[in-house]
Ligand binder design. Structure first.
Ligand SMILES: [Zn+2]
Length: 369
């Protein structure tokens, strides 16, 4: 039905623009955000998101979203990894596991950052993660490589990209590289003001780029890193505030790592940390009025289940307590949630492919023109 509407409307587009509909909404009725804050909970399936409702002390910020959807996460394999999942979001194409910014035939494909910058070089771009900034999810917004493992090359591509602000781990890919390139000198040439000591806001200067690399590789887990993700995200939002238009991707990277570890305690802390950041993004969007906030995940990790207690012989059950369980040390193919708030958010309801996130963001920002 939806597809039919889009197809009919696309056919009608050339003759009568005002009748054009996008996902059932008239193109000229669609409110277009100036800014997007895109939050990815890596490995955050519905159960992971649900955990915030059982373990948090307050109502989770997830409850503040009026629009809810689900996405299908497969890559060219039935079960995606984070590189192919991130490429689906950043470039709008399904690809093979491990690939960043390449299609299934290894052709380079344009990502949303490159596209937005080509339309308007003044669009501000920020990336924040609790992994190394070269890790699969953030890397899909600036790199094009056949393997996510090529972290030295990915860091080089970050410096040569148009990303204005980045914060996460990954110092070793600048200072302890496997090649002889002086990446620190490259960074200075590229006008990047790098801080490797603390997540402090600065007096942002127009035209400067800012980088924070606060761990050798990934950042420590939630309790050890304190409120790094919140501070980095708030700094990025502050940096981008003065821009007319911006795109900010924030990743709660370690929800996935906790799933791989089958560690319920670690997972709970990471989801709650991520939810606090979601709250800060919503606070900004409410004030700003021109910001679209989208929260989703690249896939589910761990086959995490909020199960009740069951004795080993199965003879007794207790539904008054939750004993989380896991079915795998890897990823699963379950659908994952999408939450949206702000102008353009109505595009994000329904059940659709992960690649649609990319298309919907572009339609939200640009309309169909
Ligand atoms: Zn993973």
């Amino acid at each position: 039905m939806n597809r039919l509407i889009i197809l009919c409307s696309l056919l009608a587009f050339s003759s009568c623009k005002t009748e054009t509909k996008v996902e059932g909404i008239a193109n000229d009725q669609l409110q277009k955000p100036k800014k997007i804050i895109f939050l990815i909970g890596d490995g955050m399936g519905v159960s992971q998101l649900s955990s915030a409702y059982f373990y948090g002390e307050e109502e989770p910020n997830f409850s503040r979203f009026p629009v809810v959807g689900l996405i299908k996460t497969s890559s060219t394999s039935k079960i995606t990894d984070s590189a192919a999942g991130a490429t689906a979001f950043s470039c709008g194409k399904k690809t093979y596991n491990g690939a960043l910014g390449l299609d299934a035939d290894s052709n380079r494909i344009e990502n949303i950052v490159e596209f937005l910058k080509s339309i308007n070089p003044q669009v501000g771009v920020g990336l924040v993660a609790t992994s190394s900034i070269t890790h699969a999810t953030p890397a899909a917004y600036y790199s094009h490589v056949e393997s996510r493992e090529l972290a030295d090359e990915i860091m080089l591509q970050l410096i040569r990209s148009k990303v204005d602000f980045f914060a996460g781990g990954g110092k070793d890919y600048v200072f302890k590289r496997g090649d002889s390139i002086d990446l620190y000198a490259e960074m200075q040439k590229a006008g990047i003001d790098l801080d490797t000591t603390a997540m402090l806001k600065r007096n942002w200067e127009e035209g400067s780029r800012y980088g924070y690399l606060l761990a050798k590789d990934g950042m420590p887990s939630a309790p050890q890193r304190g409120n790094f993700l919140l501070r980095a995200s708030v700094a990025a939002i502050d940096f981008l505030d003065s821009r007319e238009s911006s795109f900010l991707m924030i990743e709660g990277s370690q929800i996935d790592w906790a799933g791989h570890d089958n560690n319920g305690e670690y997972l709970k802390e990471e989801v709650l940390d991520f939810d606090r950041v979601v709250g800060a993004a919503l606070d900004y969007a409410e004030k700003d009025g021109n910001t679209l906030v989208v929260v989703t995940a690249d896939h589910e990790t761990g086959g995490y289940t909020l199960a009740g207690y069951r004795s080993e012989d199965g003879s007794s059950r207790n539904y008054d307590s939750i004993v989380p369980s896991f079915s795998t040390g890897g990823h699963s193919s379950t659908l994952v949630p999408v939450l949206a708030y702000g102008p353009g958010s109505e595009l994000f309801s329904g059940i659709y492919e992960n690649t649609e996130i990319h298309r919907k963001m572009l339609i939200a920002m640009m309309g169909l023109e």
